[in-house]
Design a protein around this ligand. Structure first.
Ligand SMILES: *[C@@H]1O[C@H](CO)[C@@H](O)[C@H](O)[C@H]1NC(C)=O
Ligand SMILES: *[C@@H]1O[C@H](CO)[C@@H](O)[C@H](O)[C@H]1NC(C)=O
Ligand SMILES: *[C@@H]1O[C@H](CO)[C@@H](O)[C@H](O)[C@H]1NC(C)=O
Ligand SMILES: *[C@@H]1O[C@H](CO)[C@@H](O)[C@H](O)[C@H]1NC(C)=O
Ligand SMILES: *[C@@H]1O[C@H](CO)[C@@H](O)[C@H](O)[C@H]1NC(C)=O
Length: 491
């Protein structure tokens, strides 16, 4: 995401898990009075904490900020792998990528790894009406071309019809012609079907909420928004919120000296867009021309557009008087961090607990044969409920908290498929530990046939201290720091 610079960010594109609970503000006991609460799960694609509620002074996100103002906002929430399909399968099943065995887009966990239950499946089996709108599971093989229906959903998921134009030539360029561009502010009246996917998803979600108003069973509604994922195809009026002269450039545009080449992300996807291709930027390290760094303007405008969609959803909940009986969780599959450290893999047990369902038991190791268990933590304690059972896996001392993530690579040197290698091409796995004080990563040999990482085969390492080096520009790793120690810390 902008600025598309190094791959260091990618490992840390954890996000904003702002788990909110309006009705639960009264601090009653979760296990009795929260029975039958609805759930609205909002999943945003590639959102980093460029939001007012995370202290961003430039970005306009009044609706999300308003939601955050009466929510529990996690300042350090991390995705387990910052790629759409692996990230979503991980948090929706509550298992880490090494358990779902999905690091790319090309397999369905029920066949390939284990028949793991998902969050919506668990709610469905507990009497909920479960519904999917937009991009919740990643479409394609990774959800069996059905968004994991029928297991996860009470009826077939909804996909906006205008989604098919996302990557087509619908962006009017300076030459007056239509292109498939990265930067794509549009006149909505002028695009095919006269609408955009996220607008359609909001409208569908609103209709479903209206139906649910009179439903006897509680609902679990997941709404997946496409923006601010590239291409930045958004109603052009949002550009006006961000005059170019107010857009700052990336604070640290250079590739850091100490960055191991294996950690660098050559952002191949972005290079395929027509407007970026025309810049003829050298692969892999060529800098983005300064005057094209207006990419940031379009990212922020896409965030504000998304924010208005979230606003429409939330005011529908209010209008229908459902807000006091609905748990709202807002999260993303990627994003970069900006108290407590949490992992998206903890969403499953936490939502179950908040809704008053039994929290799935902790997974044994290995857990491929166990359909229902959790690898993450139950974060209920953060919501300040009393009388909850102690969770031995949630230490009280923030210095003991650790978030894990991983990212695969096909080679030590950046190449055409470095940002999204297929399983068979994975030769190296980067494993990161993030604590409140540092980020520590080792890149180790990986055998994709056996799904085995070899911690004595270290290709490179990274160590950054949060306080003295918040942008992670100064790698303090030295080769004496072995993989053995690292392996001891792994979950
Ligand atoms: C997988 O789980 C689903 C949902 O519980 C169940 O219907 C199905 O039979 C299971 N499949 C296998 C192969 O166990
Ligand atoms: C995947 O989808 C196909 C076609 O809809 C279906 O026949 C198959 O049973 C599904 N796989 C699983 C594991 O449910
Ligand atoms: C742009 O920056 C100027 C100077 O800081 C400020 O007065 C103005 O409100 C900003 N415009 C917008 C749309 O944020
Ligand atoms: C693109 O850049 C390369 C060198 O990086 C140069 O050889 C080539 O001529 C350029 N192509 C265009 C169309 O500008
Ligand atoms: C929510 O608010 C509506 C209207 O104010 C009220 O009728 C309803 O009983 C409330 N529900 C809960 C669970 O408090």
């Amino acid at each position: 995401m902008p600025p598309p610079r190094t791959g260091r960010g990618l490992l840390w594109l954890g996000l904003v898990l702002s788990s909110v609970c309006v009705a639960l503000g009264s601090e009653t006991q979760a296990d009795s009075t929260t029975d039958g609460l609805n759930v609205l799960l909002i999943i945003v694609d590639d959102l980093r904490p460029s939001l007012g509620c995370y202290g961003d002074k430039l970005v306009r996100s009044p609706n999300i900020d308003q939601l955050a103002s009466h929510s529990l906002l996690f300042q350090n929430a991390f995705a387990q792998q910052a790629v759409c399909a692996p990230s979503r399968v991980s948090f929706l099943t509550g298992r880490r990528p090494d358990t779902t065995r999905l690091y790319d887009f090309n397999s369905y966990w029920r066949v390939h790894a284990g028949n793991f239950s998902t969050i919506p499946q668990y709610f469905k089996e507990n009497g909920y009406m479960t519904m999917s709108v937009g991009k919740v599971f990643h479409p394609g093989i990774s959800s069996n071309h059905t968004d994991d229906s029928p297991y996860s959903w009470s009826f077939p998921p909804y996909h906006p019809s205008s989604e098919k134009y996302e990557n087509t030539k619908t962006c009017r360029g300076p030459d007056g012609e239509l292109h498939a561009n990265l930067l794509c502010p549009v006149d909505v009246l002028d695009v095919p079907e006269g609408t955009l996917p996220d607008k359609q998803s909001t409208e569908q979600a609103i209709q479903l909420l209206e139906k649910m108003k009179t439903s006897a069973s509680p609902f679990f509604l997941a709404v997946g928004y496409h923006k601010p994922h590239i291409p930045f195809r958004y109603p052009k009026e949002f550009q006006k919120l961000y005059p170019l002269e107010n857009i700052t450039l990336a604070p640290d545009p250079e590739v850091p000296d100490g960055l191991p080449p294996v950690a660098y992300n050559p952002w191949m996807d972005i290079r395929q867009r027509e407007d970026v291709q025309a810049l003829n930027i050298s692969v892999p390290y060529g800098p983005i021309p300064v005057d094209f760094q207006k990419i940031r303007q379009s990212y922020f405008a896409s965030v504000s557009y998304l924010d208005t969609q979230v606003g429409r959803l939330l005011s529908t909940l209010d209008d229908l008087q459902l807000a006091n009986s609905t748990i709202i969780a807002f999260t993303s599959d990627h994003g970069r961090q900006s108290m407590d450290l949490v992992e998206l893999v903890s969403l499953f047990p936490t939502l179950a607990g908040l809704a008053g369902l039994q929290v799935p038991p902790r997974c044994p190791v290995p857990s491929f044969h166990v359909e229902l268990c959790r690898e993450g933590k139950n974060l209920l304690k953060h919501f300040r409920f009393r009388d909850l059972e102690e969770d031995p896996y949630l230490p009280g001392n923030p210095r003991e908290l650790i978030a894990y993530s991983q990212y695969p690579r096909p080679a030590d040197i950046p190449q055409w498929n470095s940002d999204k290698p297929s399983l068979k091409d994975i030769k190296i796995m980067g494993y990161s530990i993030r604590t409140i004080d540092y980020r520590y990563t080792v890149w180790v040999g990986f055998n994709p046939d056996e799904f085995l990482a070899n911690f004595s085969d270290i290709h490179a390492g990274e160590l950054y201290f949060v306080d003295s080096d918040p942008l992670q520009d100064h790698n303090m790793y030295n080769d004496s720091q072995g993989g053995d120690l690292f392996q001891l810390l792994m979950p």
